[in-house]
Design a protein around this ligand. Sequence first.
Ligand SMILES: [Zn+2]
Length: 298
Amino acid sequence: MGALLQKLEEKRLLLSDGAWGTLLQEKGLEAGSCPELWNVEQPETVRSVAAAYAEAGSDLVLTNTFGGSTLALRRHGLMDRTAELNEAGARLSLEGAPGKLVAASVGPTGEFLPPMGDLSEEQMREAFAVQIRALLKAGIRILCVETMSCLEEAVCALQAAKAVAAELSVEVEVMATMTFNDTPRGYRTFMGVDCRSAAQKLSEAGAHVLGSNCGNGIEQMVPIAREFRLNTDKPILIQANAGLPRIENGVTVFRQSPEHMAGWVPRLVDAGASIIGGCCGTNPEHIRAIRRQLDRLL
Ligand SMILES: [Zn+2]
């Protein structure tokens, strides 16, 4: 059994971390620029985010590698630096959060398979494989495939993880989460995937942990977690935004307080989630408040 599932068995409920993009933007990262470039240009800042979440009580800290696939980096003209930027991102979280589980973030490529795009599944798997190879070589053993809308893309990332782990003869645990919207036909990703198909397909593709991140506040995550629970026996990870987005002075902001978010944690646990963290708009204060709440439940 890998370190993540083992820790989960020991502690029953685990706390993940909060937003990275939100914190890096507060520290000067400009919208539209490449966050992963900061792994080499502003390493202290990136390491300080990992350290802040470790200090706030996270059991699990992610990495600044969300847009680290070759296809996502290509849009910034940085495809050739895929290995370097991912390796640096892995190292900064391992250094910033010693003694914690570190899960490397793997986000969408931003490209589409047919019929929406013309990328082949083989190309998509390769885009993830280059990223994942660098992460595993840097010592990562847990991956977090997140913010996925397309089920086939998430499966490509899971397949790439399995192939690269076999190639390097290492054991890897993979968490896979998708982003849902509340629609008249229930919760669906913008590509139309519902929670039931997500739970079944991600599970079949070998995810060790599955669930949802982003797109919703913690209230909406309760029914999402429940639907996952009905369709899988695997542990469920939920990383909610700090409420729904609001536009203030032309900027998207999330304003839900740490206390409000933490207050919903027992309902999320009842619905089936066992790894809980935050997504957009959450910061170490939200994580600290959720820590206190989880400690009361343990
Ligand atoms: Zn988010």
